[in-house]
Design a protein around this ligand. Structure first.
Ligand code: 3HC
Ligand code: NAI
Length: 706
C-alpha cells in the first residue's frame, strides 16, 4: 500500500532527506488499523528509498497519538498488530525520531519508545495509562520502558497510569530533550538534522541498559509486587504488569515481548477490561446531553451560594477552586460566620497537609464574600441554593432570588429530593430554574446531577454542563422525581439490605459482601458515616404517606431512638471507640436486630455472600431500569456514571447496568421473579427489564440507540 494516498491517516512526505510521517486520525490519532498499516508502510518506504536519510514521526492536530484504538478491543484483531508495528519502527535501518506534542499515551508512547530518538515539547502528556482500562502496555511498553528508564520508574509510570509532562519525561530519560520552540514539527526537524550532522547511529531501546543493575531492578520489582498485592484489591491487570516487567529483567527481549503479549491478551479477555472501557466511554458520553448540542451556554463568571452549611460550603469551595468569585448568603451573622469557617476549614486542612500555603489560602479567600442581604448577589451569573431541605423554605429563598438576581442569571437548587418543578413554578422565570445536585463533600465528589425541570430553557441546561466542566465535575442529566437518579435507586437497594438484615443476614455480613464486590464501604457503614439522623428524619417525614402494606424494617429507627447516629455519636451500626473512624461490630446492635426479627415474626435464615449480592444488585438494577424507562435517566450509561462517581460503584464493573449486562438480563429477571414470591410488593420487575429480556436485548443496546 502506498502511504501517500490521500485517504490514509498517515501521510509521509520527504523533506530534505527526512521522511516526515504525520499521523492524522482525528480526534486523538488513535492507532486504528489504517494508522498501523500506514506507519508500517512508511517505515518500509524509508528503508527502501535511498533518498531517505532519517524518519520523523509527528501527530497532526492537538496530539501525538492518544493510544491504541480503544474501540477495537474485544473485536477481531486486524493486522498488522501494534507490537509488530513498533518492532518494525525499531528495526528501521535509518534513524527514527518521534517528536511529541499533546498526548503520547499508551500505544502512542510505545510507538515513541520504539523510535530511536525522542523529544517532547511543553504541554506534552506522556504516560502508559493502560492500567486504567484493565490492561497493561501491550506493544512493548513493559519491555522497553524499564530498559530505558529503569524498573522502578517504569513500574511507577505503568502501575499508576499517570501522565507526565515533557520536563519530567526528560529527567526520567523517557525523552532525550524538550523541544526549544514548542512546535513539535519544527523542533523535530531541527533535531533530526542535528543527529544526521553528528552521524548519530540508530539507537534501539531494546538494547538500552536501564536494567543493567539487576539487583536494584529485582528489588524494585519485588517492592512493586508487594505494594500492588496490598493496594489493588481485586484488580486483575496490576499484578500482570509486575509480571511483565519481571519478564523484561529475566528474559531476552523477544521472549519478553511474547510474554507481554500473552499477559496483555489475558487482560483483554477479562471482564474488568470490558467494565473499565465501558466506564471510559460512558463518562464521555454523558457530556453529550441533547441541550449541549442545540444551545449555547451562558457565561458563568461569578457564583452566589445560599446557605453555608455542609453543602453550601462545599459548593463554595468547588467554585473557588475553579477560580470563580463566590458570594455566600446566610440567615444571620452567626450562620454566615459559620459558613465562612466551614470554607476555611477545608483550606486549613490543606495547609496542615502541606498542600497549600497560608498565602494561597488568603488569595482564594479574597474571592469569597459573604452577606445576610440578597442584594449582594444581584450581579451573579448563577445562584445555587443549599438551604434546609424544606419546600417552603426553598420557595421563600427562590422568591428572593427572583427579586434580586439580574435577568439571565441561572437559579439553581441543590435539593436532594424536592420537586424542582414546584420550585420553578413559584417564580416568574421558571425557564432559568434548574437542579444542580452536588454530592457530599461537594468540593471532592465528582458527580453532579443536572436535574432538568419541565420549563427550563435549553441554554440553562447547556450552561449547567459547561459549569460542571469548569468545576471539574462529571455531570449526569436527570429528570425530576423523588431522588432523581442516584438517591432514588439508593433508597431501593438500601431497603433490600434492610430486608436481608431482618431476614437473617447481619449488617456486618452485608457490608463485608458489598465491600468484597468492590464498593469502598457497605450500606450500613455509609449510614454511620453520613449520620443516621438524616435518614431517620426523612422516614418520619414520609411516615404518613408510606404504603401501610409495604414491609417496613424498624431496626435503624431503634438505633436512632437511642441517639446512635453513627460515627459522630460514637456508635451507630458499629462502635467507634474514642472517635475512631472505622467501627467495630456491636453485640448490642446484634441483639436489637434479633429482637426486631422476633417482633416482626421473622424466623432468621442464613444468607450466603453471593445471595446478598444477588439481591442487592437486583434491587439496584431493577430501579435503574425504572429510572431509564421513565426517562429520568437518558440511557443506562447515565445510571452507570452516576453510580461510578456518586456512590462508589466499583469502576471495573462498569456501573450497575453494565454489570447487569455482564450477568445476563434474563438471569437478573429470573432472580427478581424468584424474590417476588416472598415479597411481590417490593420485587416488581421493571417493564423495561421485562421488555429487554423478551426481545433478547441488553442495556447496552439502549446506549447505542440514544
Ligand atoms: N481510542 C479511541 N477513541 C479515543 C481514544 C482512544 N485511545 N482516546 C480518546 N478517544 C475518543 C474519545 O472517546 C472521544 O470520542 P467522542 O468525541 O466520540 O466522545 C474523543 O476521542 C476525544 O476524547 P476526549 O474527550 O477524552 O479528548 P481530550 O482532548 O479531553 O483528551 C486524551 C485526549 C488525553 C487522549 C484522552 O482522550 C485520553 O486519555 N484517551 C485515552 C488514552 C489511553 O488510555 N490510551 C491507552 C489506550 S490502550 C493502549 O494503548 C493499549 C496498548 O498498550 C496496546
Ligand atoms: P445544613 O443544615 O448543613 O445547611 C443548611 C444551611 O442553610 C444552614 O447553614 C442554614 O443556616 C442555612 N439556611 C437555612 N435557611 C436559610 C435561608 N432562608 N437563607 C439563607 N440560609 C439559610 O444542610 P446541608 O446538608 O448543607 O443541605 C443543604 C441542602 O443540600 C438540602 O437541600 C439537602 O437536601 C441538600 N443536599 C445535602 C446533601 C448532604 O449530604 N448533606 C447532599 C446533597 C444535597
Amino acid at each position: 500500500m502506498n502511504a501517500q494516498t490521500a485517504d490514509t491517516p498517515v501521510k509521509a512526505e520527504l523533506r530534505d532527506g527526512v521522511l516526515v510521517v504525520t499521523i492524522d486520525n482525528p480526534p486523538v490519532n488513535a492507532l486504528g488499523v489504517d494508522v498501523r498499516r500506514g506507519l508500517s508502510a512508511a517505515i518500509e518506504r524509508a528503508d527502501d528509498d535511498s533518498s531517505v536519510q532519517a524518519v520523523l514521526i509527528v501527530g497532526a492536530g492537538r496530539n501525538f497519538i492518544g493510544g491504541a484504538d480503544i474501540r477495537e478491543f474485544g473485536k477481531l484483531p486486524m493486522p498488522p498488530a501494534l507490537p509488530d508495528v513498533c518492532n518494525r519502527i525499531e528495526a528501521c535501518a535509518k534513524p527514527v525520531v518521534a517528536a511529541i506534542h499533546g498526548a503520547a499515551l499508551g500505544g502512542g508512547l510505545e510507538v515513541a519508545l520504539a523510535a530511536h530518538y525522542r523529544l517532547a515539547v511543553a504541554g506534552a502528556k506522556l504516560g502508559l495509562p493502560e492500567v486504567t482500562l484493565g490492561l497493561l502496555p501491550g506493544a512493548g511498553g513493559t519491555q522497553r520502558a524499564p530498559r530505558l528508564i529503569g524498573a522502578a520508574a517504569a513500574l511507577d509510570l505503568i502501575l499508576s497510569g499517570r501522565h507526565i509532562g515533557a520536563e519530567e519525561a526528560r529527567q526520567l530519560g523517557l525523552v532525550d530533550r524538550v523541544g526549544a520552540s514548542g512546535d513539535a514539527l519544527a523542533d523535530g526537524i531541527a533535531h533530526v538534522h542535528e543527529l544526521l550532522a553528528a552521524r548519530a547511529p540508530v539507537r534501539r531501546t531494546r538494547d538500552a541498559a536501564g536494567l543493567a543493575d539487576r539487583r536494584a531492578s529485582r528489588a524494585a520489582i519485588e517492592a512493586a509486587r508487594e505494594q500492588t498485592a496490598k493496594k489493588s484489591r481485586g484488580l486483575f491487570s496490576p499484578l500482570k504488569i509486575v509480571d511483565a516487567v519481571q519478564a523484561a529483567l529475566e528474559l531476552p527481549f523477544d521472549d519478553g515481548l511474547r510474554h507481554e503479549r500473552q499477559l496483555f491478551l489475558q487482560c483483554i479477555d477479562s471482564p474488568q477490561r470490558a467494565g473499565l472501557v465501558h466506564a471510559f466511554f460512558a463518562e464521555r458520553e454523558v457530556l453529550k446531553a441533547p441541550e449541549t448540542r442545540t444551545a449555547k451556554p451562558r457565561a458563568i463568571a461569578s457564583v452566589g451560594v445560599i446557605g453555608g452549611g455542609t453543602m453550601g460550603a462545599g459548593i463554595a469551595v468547588a467554585a473557588l477552586d475553579a477560580g470563580l468569585p463566590v458570594t455566600m448568603i446566610e440567615r444571620d451573622d452567626a450562620s454566615l460566620a459559620r459558613g465562612r469557617a466551614h470554607v476555611e476549614k477545608v483550606y486549613d486542612a490543606q495547609i496542615v497537609k502541606g498542600r497549600m500555603t497560608p498565602e494561597a489560602k488568603a488569595a482564594v479567600m479574597n474571592r469569597w464574600t459573604g452577606s445576610t442581604s440578597y442584594d449582594a448577589i444581584a450581579h451573579v451569573d448563577v445562584a445555587i441554593e443549599a438551604v434546609f431541605e424544606d419546600l417552603d423554605v426553598k420557595k421563600a429563598v427562590f422568591a428572593e432570588l427572583d427579586r434580586v438576581c439580574k435577568p439571565g442569571a441561572v437559579l439553581a437548587t441543590n435539593t436532594s429530593y424536592l420537586d424542582i418543578d414546584a420550585i420553578a413554578a413559584s417564580v416568574a422565570r421558571p425557564a432559568d430554574v434548574i437542579g444542580l445536585h452536588f454530592f457530599s463533600p461537594a468540593n471532592l465528589m465528582k458527580l453532579l446531577e443536572v436535574v432538568v425541570p419541565a420549563k427550563v430553557s435549553a441554554d440553562v441546561v447547556a450552561t449547567a454542563f459547561d459549569f460542571a466542566k469548569k468545576l471539574r465535575k462529571v455531570p449526569v442529566r436527570a429528570g425530576v422525581c423523588d431522588g432523581f437518579i442516584g438517591n432514588r435507586v439508593l433508597a431501593v437497594y438500601r431497603t433490600a439490605a434492610d430486608h436481608m438484615m431482618e431476614d437473617g443476614a447481619s449488617p456486618y455480613q452485608i457490608d463485608r459482601a458489598v465491600r468484597e464486590f468492590g464498593f469502598p464501604m457497605g450500606p450500613f457503614q455509609v449510614i454511620d458515616l453520613a449520620g443516621g439522623d438524616i435518614g431517620w428524619a426523612a422516614r418520619k417525614r414520609r411516615a404518613a404517606t408510606r404504603d401501610p402494606a409495604a414491609r417496613y424494617v424498624q431496626i435503624a429507627d431503634r438505633l436512632c431512638e437511642r441517639g446512635w447516629f453513627g460515627q459522630k455519636t460514637g456508635r451507630g451500626f458499629y462502635l467507634y471507640a474514642d472517635g475512631a473512624r472505622s467501627g467495630t461490630p456491636d453485640p448490642e446492635v446484634e441483639a436489637i436486630v434479633e429482637a426486631e426479627r422476633e417482633r416482626a415474626g421473622v424466623a432468621p435464615r442464613e444468607f450466603t455472600d453471593d445471595e446478598i449480592i444477588r439481591r442487592y444488585m437486583a434491587a439496584m438494577i431493577n430501579e435503574g431500569a425504572n429510572v431509564v424507562h421513565e426517562g429520568i435517566a437518558l440511557r443506562p450509561l447515565d445510571v452507570d456514571v452516576a453510580f461510578l462517581y456518586g456512590y462508589g460503584f466499583p469502576r471495573h464493573r462498569g456501573g450497575p447496568m453494565k454489570y447487569a449486562d455482564s450477568v445476563g438480563l434474563a438471569k437478573v429477571l429470573a432472580d427478581i421473579r424468584e424474590f417476588a414470591k416472598e415479597d411481590p410488593r417490593f420485587w416488581r420487575p421493571s417493564p423495561l427489564l421485562v421488555d429487554l429480556v423478551e426481545r433478547g436485548a441488553d442495556f447496552a443496546s439502549l446506549n447505542h440507540a440514544a
